[in-house]
Design a protein around this ligand. Sequence first.
Ligand code: HEC
Ligand code: HEC
Length: 148
Amino acid sequence: MAMKRIPIALCLVVAACGGEDSEPVAWKDMSFEQRYAYMEEVVTPQMSETFAAFDPKFEGMSCPTCHGAGATDGSYAMPSAEVPPLPDTPDAFLEYAMDPEVGRWADWMYNTVVPQMADLLQVERFDPTTETGEFSCNNCHTLTSVTP
Ligand code: HEC
Ligand code: HEC
């Protein structure tokens, strides 16, 4: 009996390793190296197009636009301290977004950047009306507490 289990275990190991032509790996299951490659080959080209359509200053943008120093030290940790922090309470956020320029950015982030990035990472975006999903502003932005 024990002998018969060995080939099965081997199959599982081989399947887990994945061949050259295996199914595409979901973001959540990717190794760091696979994430790096996916960011470089898929996420950055698509997101720079989206960002540049909003503001030409993003033309040719790359890893540091989202990752800040994490792109230099190689950690790629998110959220990034160099992406402008957002207020951490709904009231403080509403006040912050009263500024028309901030509001314009926040609307675009909410309606375009969050859904597109969530799709690229195959995760559900956070929906404040149903309080479901996970991907949101704070996957890229740190939150800062604002004293009233
Ligand atoms: C538009 C914003 C954006 C750009 C541009 C971007 N990234 Fe990312 N990256 C993210 C986000 C958001 C995450 C975290 C996803 C999550 O929450 O799991 C991430 C995660 C990663 C991770 C995984 C980190 C970990 O700990 O698992 C790596 C590696 C990475 N990025 C590399 C890169 C590289 C290399 C580039 C440039 C070629 C790049 N990224 C460009 C937004 C970006
Ligand atoms: C994929 C990463 C990502 C997500 C998700 C994201 N943002 Fe951003 N956001 C950025 C980056 C990068 C910048 C800064 C671009 C730059 O360098 O000017 C930015 C800039 C902004 C700015 C402009 C701030 C300033 O001072 O110029 C606002 C406002 C903003 N984001 C709000 C939001 C809100 C609200 C959400 C959620 C609904 C959100 N963002 C989600 C990456 C993200």
